[in-house]
Design a protein around this ligand. Structure first.
Ligand SMILES: NC(=O)c1ccc[n+]([C@@H]2O[C@H](COP(=O)([O-])OP(=O)(O)OC[C@H]3O[C@@H](n4cnc5c(N)ncnc54)[C@H](OP(=O)(O)O)[C@@H]3O)[C@@H](O)[C@H]2O)c1
Length: 355
């Protein structure tokens, strides 16, 4: 993340990822997403008023972007990306030209809808200034203080609010959201168990992120038996990141008045809806009087300042820690997005654009 070096330039070449074909099923490939180079003018006259030219430093790679590649307007998440247009992501970048007196060159900004590009021109109203002197490493603005931390906080602190001593289960527990959901549930005095896809990650979340126990679901031939073993007293709260077979197994182990906080269902994102797995034992919701609630963190943005204050406090006190999987160069975006659908990453997947 070295010097910008654009001070005297009239234009800059910028690589960006754009959609060439819809990907209805499976993992996206170079048939669907391609990289191209465009030239962006840096001449101040060419920049519209209240716009900024931003050099992206860090790009967040998130599962919901898979759902935007289908071309299908299904009301889920955000609208689909359009063919031949740059796809977008959450980024942290540096202002290199400003046509807004509230921003100056060198300011570090958070952008929720940046093109997945090395540089971009953005309306200043869409970005938020970050304080790089706050003592928080920049990648944390995309993890603990970004969407994953916020989604975990909304689920655990706002929608769920588990009581001390509750038995809490978290899937994709070593992922970006899972790591924070587990730590926040521990701070509430819960007994927290996670599932994840490798032995290395099982060890990590127990040793570094305070999980009371964890298991590798890829090694469990019988998820029901695994949940019986780890939850002899049943599950009070399930923070669901994966859906599918795990959700079905959980419904056989829920206690009366259990809460199922549905943050996401990544096991189903690669399939068109008619091919998705059904959950056969939904009837258990009735007998056990279970509350299942999906949530979108975007619907709670009015609480973002509360979240930031609380999370920042936890980070400063050493009560919440992070793990990042950093890839290098914008070229790695496709590989990173695909990797989310395997068990290969730990923590938040981020691209450092110009290492
Ligand atoms: N509601 C919201 O506002 C909101 C906001 C952010 C994220 N989310 C959702 O939260 C979930 C986690 O997101 P994240 O950013 O933290 O991603 P992540 O956990 O960092 O990465 C995805 C992880 O999911 C697991 N996974 C992939 N395919 C799977 C499958 N078929 N079955 C079971 N596990 C599978 C993998 O870990 P292991 O296999 O090793 O466990 C993978 O590393 C996603 O469903 C995402 O869409 C929701």
């Amino acid at each position: 993340m070295g010097d910008v070096g654009n001070e005297e330039k009239a234009a800059v070449d910028s690589k960006e990822w754009y959609l060439t074909a819809h990907a209805l099923e499976g993992v996206p490939t170079s048939d669907h997403l391609k990289l191209r180079t465009i030239s962006l003018s840096l001449a101040v006259d060419s920049i519209p008023d209240r716009h900024l030219v931003v050099q992206n430093l860090l790009i967040s790679v998130d599962p919901y972007n898979r759902t935007r590649l289908t071309g299908v307007e299904d009301g889920l998440y955000f609208p689909p990306f359009k063919l031949n247009e740059a796809i977008t992501a959450i980024t942290v970048g540096r202002v290199i030209r400003s046509k807004d007196s509230n921003y100056k060159e060198g300011d570090i900004v958070f952008n929720f809808f940046s093109p997945v590009a090395e540089h971009c021109v953005v309306p200043s109203e869409l970005v938020r200034k970050l304080d790089p002197t706050s003592g928080v490493p920049l990648p944390d603005f995309l993890s603990s203080l970004g969407l994953p931390g916020f989604a975990a906080w909304v689920g655990i602190d706002v929608v769920g609010d588990p009581k001390p001593g509750s038995n809490v289960f978290i899937s994709a527990a070593a992922g970006a959201v899972g790591i924070y959901a587990g730590q926040l549930a521990k701070l509430k005095g819960c007994r927290v168990i996670g599932s994840t896809g490798s032995d290395e990650k099982v060890k990590l979340i127990k040793e570094e992120f305070g999980y009371d126990d964890a298991f590798n679901y890829n090694k469990e031939t019988d998820l029901d038996a695994a949940l019986s073993k780890y939850f002899p007293d049943g599950i009070d709260v399930y923070f669901d990141n994966v859906g599918g077979k795990m959700l079905e197994a959980v419904l056989n182990h829920v206690n009366r008045h259990a809460q199922i906080l549905v943050c996401g269902m990544i096991s189903q994102y690669k399939k068109i809806w008619t091919e998705r797995e059904g959950v056969r034992n939904l009837l258990n919701i009735v007998g056990k009087e279970v509350r299942i609630q999906g949530f979108m963190s975007g619907s709670y943005f009015d609480r973002f300042e509360d979240f930031t204050k609380e999370m920042h406090g936890y980070i400063k006190e050493g009560k919440i820690s992070s793990k990042h999987k950093i890839y290098h160069g914008i070229e790695s975006y496709l590989e990173c997005l695909s990797s989310l659908f395997t068990s290969s990453n730990v923590g938040k997947v981020i691209i450092e654009v110009n290492p």
